[in-house]
Design a protein around this ligand. Structure first.
Ligand code: FES
Ligand code: FES
Length: 376
């Protein structure tokens, strides 16, 4: 049992020994005087609350990811490193290059959206793979300006990214794997196992608990429906659920891999999947949301399902007793109902590699496009 929620915030070690597991990261930041991050919508749409966390890229290297702090229960940050707008220049005597370019291009227009834009620009600066205007627009699509315009901000980004320092890294990122955790606060419990076996075991111990990955959907229950979630079990530290592996015939996607990681690995082979992911949600949402999370809600507006159905995907479902494979067209059984049994989880999403070409496994011909009628 851990005595408190611990994390590194702008280089400072923080331990919270008396905080609700339902407190959001944004609520903590603002109540502790770090008021740079703002609350605009509290539902992951406006980006005013954006901060960066240290995560892993598709090759496992630690990297910065911008996220919506309004949606994330603070307990999910245990063991992580977070950079807010107050910390982007840490270790530098001057402003961070993205801040300096915002100043020089008059990109800092109001105090409400600017901190979030800086957090997204900061992630983009360290990504080093933004080369086109489309990619830049995608990087900024989760940050809304409600009054003036984006041109000065885009100009700032173009200038900052063109003059990136050679390593593109302001300071070394320390990263250690997330550890097993149990945290208790009054009648609230937060558990974070690190193996599938332990995960299934705690699900059995706490049958009424909610499983949580990126919190992009569950977070809304806290911020919009004002629910108190008594027991949360995080799947984020289970390495097997985060893996994306490729064989000659199939892609195996861990149910807790983020949409950004999936995009990095699969978008070239499956352009329609990449197209879907880019309109699924903002960069901040894709950095946290998981495909497993999107599937298990069985929401009729979930964007993953049509693509996975078209690709003849299958799911590996795991319980303490066994694993079974279910074709995705047999997984959704009714409105918001799935074939998951009590105590069972989605472990892996399997996509046949032939689905990316014109030849189907049965020897037929597949034509595959993605259209979203109502865009964000
Ligand atoms: Fe709007 Fe978080 S407050 S995205
Ligand atoms: Fe801040 Fe438009 S909302 S400049």
């Amino acid at each position: 049992m851990t005595s408190g929620i611990q994390f590194i915030l702008n280089g400072e070690h923080i331990e919270l020994t008396d905080c609700s597991t339902n407190l959001t990261l944004l609520e903590y930041l603002r109540s502790s005087g770090r008021t740079g991050s703002k609350e605009g919508c509290a539902e992951g749409d406006c980006g005013a609350c954006s901060v960066a966390i240290v995560d892993r890229d598709a090759d496992g290297k630690p990297t910065y990811r911008s996220i919506n702090s309004c949606l994330v229960p603070i307990c999910l940050m245990h063991g992580r490193e977070i950079v807010t707008v107050e910390g982007v220049a840490r270790g530098c005597k001057e402003l961070h290059p993205v801040q300096q370019c915002m100043v020089e291009n008059f990109g800092s227009q109001c105090g409400y959206c600017t901190p979030g834009f800086v957090a997204s620009l900061f992630e983009g600066y360290h990504r080093k793979d933004i080369r086109t205007r489309d990619q830049l627009d995608d990087q900024l699509c989760g940050n809304l300006c409600r009054c003036t315009g984006y041109r000065p901000i885009v100009d700032a980004a173009i200038q900052a990214y063109a003059n990136r320092s050679s390593d593109g890294q302001a300071h070394a990122i320390e990263f250690s794997p997330l550890a097993a955790t149990k945290y208790q606060h009054d009648d609230e419990t937060f558990l974070r196992p690190t193996t599938i076996k332990d995960l299934l075991c705690v699900i059995g111990e706490y049958p009424n608990a909610r499983l949580i990955a990126g919190a992009t959907e569950l977070g809304l229950e806290i911020t919009k429906k004002f629910k108190k979630l008594q027991t949360l079990i995080s799947v984020e530290a289970v390495a097997e659920l985060k893996e994306i592996k490729c064989t000659e015939k199939e892609w195996h996607i861990g149910a807790a891999a983020t949409l950004t990681q999936i995009e990095e690995k699969l978008a070239t082979e499956f352009p329609a999947l990449g197209d879907m992911l880019r309109v699924f949600g903002s960069r901040q949402i894709r950095n946290r949301a998981t495909m497993g999370g999107n599937i298990v809600t069985a929401s009729p507006i979930g964007d993953s399902a049509p693509v996975l159905l078209a690709l003849d995907a299958s799911l590996v479902l795991a319980s303490t007793n066994c694993e079974r494979m279910v074709p995705i067209d047999q997984f959704f059984i009714a409105y918001r109902k799935t074939a998951l049994q009590p105590g069972e989880i989605v472990k892996t999403i399997i996509i046949p590699r032939e689905g990316g070409t014109d030849a189907t496994p049965s020897g037929g011909t597949r034509k595959f496009w993605w259209h979203k009628v109502s865009k964000r």
